[in-house]
Design a binder for this molecule. Structure first.
Ligand SMILES: [Zn+2]
Length: 104
């Protein structure tokens, strides 16, 4: 038994690059048919991933998100998801920028 731990990676819906799963933001379709941004990564439902970067979030559209979640999303739903993703993304980018300097 080799002890090499393989870190899970996921494909970004925006840039189509693979990244470590925990560095990405998850979008899900809940069992009730709702679409949400899952910041915990633990909610149940069909999920897809995107990098926490504005450029990637902007590449999400009705077509690729509907395909990834195997459902038919409306423009309003896609917009809502995008807005939420941008909020999460900005927050994470700020954390990276300022978080490490606060080593007291
Ligand atoms: Zn990406």
């Amino acid at each position: 038994m080799a002890g090499k731990k393989k870190r899970p990676v996921r494909l970004c819906l925006g840039c189509r690059n693979r990244r470590e799963k925990k560095a990405m933001v998850r979008i899900i379709r809940t069992p009730a048919g709702m679409f949400e941004v899952d910041t915990t990564g633990k909610k149940s439902g069909r999920g897809t991933y995107v990098c926490p970067e504005t450029a990637c979030v902007r590449k999400i559209n009705r077509k690729n998100l509907s395909l990834a979640l195997k459902d038919n999303l409306g423009e309003a739903e896609v917009k809502k998801i995008q807005e939420e993703l941008l909020r999460v993304t900005n927050f994470q980018q700020e954390e990276v920028r300022y978080g490490k300097s606060s080593n007291i």
